[in-house]
Write a protein that binds this ligand. Structure first.
Ligand code: DAT
Ligand code: MG
Length: 155
């Protein structure tokens, strides 16, 4: 039971605005201190092909072209985080899509003001996370490990 729930994983990406504004450490810290486990991490320039596949569900939306242009405009920090309930919890830590209405205390609520510059992507469901992790990471780029502080986070 413990093992099964702990295997939940989500895909997070610090977008070019987060990297350019020097918020990489601050953003990673929030998931790290919450108690989730980092199992994948890389800084990459996103290709147009990857961007279009990642945002495929938004292909017909008027903002699609701008979204692809933005995510390919500078380095992105791609990450996989693991832990019980990590998909939904990470979405809460990230905050609502439009930073103007995101709650203070969330990443978008604390650092953003515009929907087109909302700093970070997070998978919206477990199935989406599985698709996105496969899209962004090779199996061998993911590291399975047990943090020594596990007994201090969970009874
Ligand atoms: P989220 O990133 O919170 O999952 P989403 O999946 O609905 O939000 O949209 C993906 C990204 O597209 C979002 O982070 C910012 C951009 N976006 C969404 N709605 C938009 C809009 N109405 N105008 C401009 N950009 C938008
Ligand atoms: Mg989304």
């Amino acid at each position: 039971m413990l093992l099964e729930t702990a295997l939940e994983r989500t895909f997070l990406a610090i977008k070019p605005d987060g990297v350019q504004r020097g918020l990489v450490g601050e953003i990673i810290r929030r998931f790290e201190t919450k108690g989730f486990t980092l199992v994948g991490l890389k800084l990459i320039n996103v290709s147009k092909e990857l961007a279009e596949q990642h945002y495929d569900v938004h292909r017909e939306r008027p903002f699609f072209a701008g979204l692809v242009e933005f995510i390919t405009s500078g380095p992105v920090v791609a990450m996989v985080w693991q832990g019980e309930g990590v998909v939904a919890s990470a979405r809460k830590i990230i905050g609502a899509t439009n930073p103007l209405t995101s709650e203070p205390g969330t990443i978008r609520g604390d650092f953003g003001i515009n929907i087109g510059r909302n700093l970070i992507h997070g998978s919206d469901a477990i199935e989406t996370a599985q698709r996105e992790i496969k899209l962004w990471f090779k199996d061998e780029e993911l590291v399975s490990w047990t943090p020594h502080l596990a007994p201090w986070l969970k009874e």
